[in-house]
Design a protein around this ligand. Sequence first.
Ligand code: B12
Length: 212
Amino acid sequence: MSEHLDKIREAIVGGLHNEIEELVSSAVDAAIAPQQIVNEAMIPGMDVVGQKFSTNEIFVPEMLVAAVTMNKGLDLLKPLLQKAGSVSKGTIVMCTVKGDLHDIGKNLVIMMLEGAGFEVIDMGVDMNVETLIAKVKEIKPDILGLSALLTTTLPEMAKVLESLEANGIRNQVKVMIGGAPVDDAYSEKIGADAYGGDAAEAVQIARELITG
Ligand code: B12
């Protein structure tokens, strides 16, 4: 098993986008759980990519190819991660905040939420506050999920909360936030309802927020 996972992790790090699908398929064929492939091979691979970027061993183009590789692998696993129930557990609007293009984590969170039976409206990346607020007013979701991966885009989360307040709709929607630079303290500071560290936690939090 670990040989499959090692190869997948290395393929992500090396940006082997032409090989990832075959590697993931053969891991699935070897009865390795999709969740394990994501958590023990793919995400650790992205962590290595991040470390290499920090130490100037690789640059944005290599990071981008790693992301393409990751997304190809996730696309393949998506149907296996999603075994949605027929009755919606609640509606969630999700996006990555203004100025931030990182969407792998958000997409993974969405896959897991959908798999757990939530209806998710994906607003994509680089989402400006006005469009988001208009969507919340239109859809009236149970939960608004915000993702940010950059310390420079973290303040956008606070802006969304301020804007919900200014529009008089803060008490109509729960807000959950996540992404590498986010933590409980930040969530409390900006007045979000919950912070989740990974996709599994996002599902748990969404359930708790909806059942109260
Ligand atoms: C891939 C990547 C990119 C790709 C993104 C492609 C894409 N489609 O997403 C590209 C090449 C575009 C990119 C660009 C940049 N990046 Co970049 N990138 C990364 C990298 C390597 C991986 C991110 C990732 O996908 N991780 C895997 C996913 C699964 O994890 P995750 O996003 O954290 O999500 C999980 C949890 O956080 C949580 N979660 C996430 N969102 C939410 C939301 C909710 C509601 C909940 C509950 C939970 C939750 O659940 C997820 C699943 O478990 C990280 C390093 C790292 N290890 O994080 C750097 C990193 C985030 N990038 C960084 C930087 C600096 C940049 C650039 C500024 C580089 C540049 N000079 O241009 C640009 C900025 C572009 C922009 N405006 O957004 C820095 C950020 C530093 C900082 N502290 O701000 C990092 C940390 C790299 C580093 N070590 O320096 N990047």
